[in-house]
Write a protein that binds this ligand. Sequence first.
Ligand code: MSP
Length: 627
Amino acid sequence: MVKYVTTPIYYVNDVPHIGHAYTTILCDMFKRYQTLKGNECLLLTGTDEHGQKIENSAKSRNKTPKEYADEVSFKFQNLWNKFDIAYDYFVRTTNEAHDSGVKKAFEEMYKNGDIYKGHYEGNYCISCETFFTKRQLIDNRFCPDCKKETSPLKEESYFFRLSKYEKKLLDWYKENPNIIMPLHKRNEVIKFIEGGLSDLSITRSGFKWGVSLPPFIDDSRHIIYVWLDALLSYITPLGYGNDIPNKMYLFNDATHFVGKDILRFHAIYWPAFLMSLNLPLPKQIYAHGWWTIEGVKMSKSIGNVVNPDDIVNAYGLEVMRYFLIREVPFGQDGDFSHKALVDRANSDLSDTLGNLVNRLLGMSEKYFDLNLESESFDYLKNEIEQVSQIIKSLESYMINMMPHKYLEELWKIFDIANVSIAKYAPWEMMKSDKTDEVQALLVFISNILSKGALLLYPILPHTAREMMKCLKVDFSSYNKLIENDELLNKFSLTKIPPLFPKLEVQNISTAEEKSDLKDKVSIDQFSKLDIRVGRVIEALEVKNSNKLLMLKIDFGANVGVKQIVSGIAKYYSPNELQDMLVCAIINLKPTKLMGILSEGMVLSAEDSEGALRLISVDDIEAGSKVG
Ligand code: MSP
């Protein structure tokens, strides 16, 4: 059966970052692994372009939502092209065909009795585009997922009868225990369903940027909720509800990769929608963890967003792919740091793999003019057996989505090759005329590298191809070398440039740092400063410092609460600051003062004696922009 794998479709209110690259590379790896095994697999990615968040972002840039979406969607597509992501579909939720598919699905659900009109009363988080009931919120106000402030929302809405699918979903998970991986994530989902599912509000009426309801309902006040719209993007490019040639059969074997933050949408809402539409359910949902950057959550307001293109330009595409997949067990959170990336590349890619290829080429050229032939592997039988055992174990790591372990084990075959060179010392054997044994060793190593190249293809496609060119093997050898565990006895090698020269940590400035503030500032540069009014909700003295105060400042619905350390202790007591409206820059790079995280800078004026007075404003909402 043809397989189908999807990335989440990315919101266009954000430029591509390392988290997006991670999901996309995982899907690319999945597809290439299937291709290697001879299975056809199609990959979908795309952009999620509707919703209030995007309407707001466009407005703040004086663009129409479509202009803005076009711009960012192209950035995603260009980047995936540059990264050679083997995608087959790039869906945009603003495409006409998608629009018609969403309307069709709404109509079907309606006709199946799963949609009714009612009133929604609860809170809405614009950042997550998610509805919450009061009991789900933190302190009755804050979003349980992103912690930003939510807004109360009471409006007429159409509802999807999610509650009707509670039992069906639980039965489905019982009958198919391995759908969600890692397994502990499955338990979280089941617990959530067992806690009771309320019907889901699936329309919004406060703004316009979305898919309108199907004409037969004749209600132009509402647009379709962005998550219903977005999830359907997995099937509209396959011809669901539009006139794109029908390939819905692909959905019989669908795998979704998602971040842990959006698992609920994929593991509860999406299968329920599909049940309502009488369509097949996904075969697999893989939920990955989140990347922090040098220990800090990645965020635009902190200014530490890692642009994957910068990483690729500094260290190379294959190094980034290897690091992202090898460094962190799938499903767990991981930390991205330049040092960790460089250390890993230098030890695994340069010292172990690159060096092995060099040594093979060097000795084969010196002793045998790059032409090797032998069948006398007897003295290497232990090593040959070890390599076979390792290779046999690899498939289960891919099936159970443990690609870091797949690589860890695969590297053991390269280690066996390096250790054999040290153990048998071919240069010594040559001195005592043991040419056959040396040739056997080099043929064995060429076999290890040939098998290794094929098995590396899903993760390092370009390196694999380069190695295959060097060894003159191709994908048609997969059955012989991997499935049948055979050895080739003849190699005619081609020299290739050294793989993975050693790397050094590069000093890459973030987008914010790149703007040159030393010179005069342009309006554009000035507008990059995010200065906001915030209300001090807590002020504390900092231990061992007579200068610093630690402030918790609420910057309103879109930003939330930030912690800022400020050198004003000599001029203000904590009590005086309570509830004061202050102005602060909130998109400075975070820093630590006396070991305490500071996420911005409170603005103050200095008098001729050097005393500081905070810049405050009268009676305006927290979160208001200054500038
Ligand atoms: N548009 C929705 C998805 C709709 S799918 C029908 C969305 N978009 S997103 O752009 O916000 O996120 C896309 C993916 O990026 C998610 O899987 C999310 O988990 C992932 N990541 C965003 N930040 C991340 C990290 N810091 N680390 C790893 N992945 C992260 O949600």
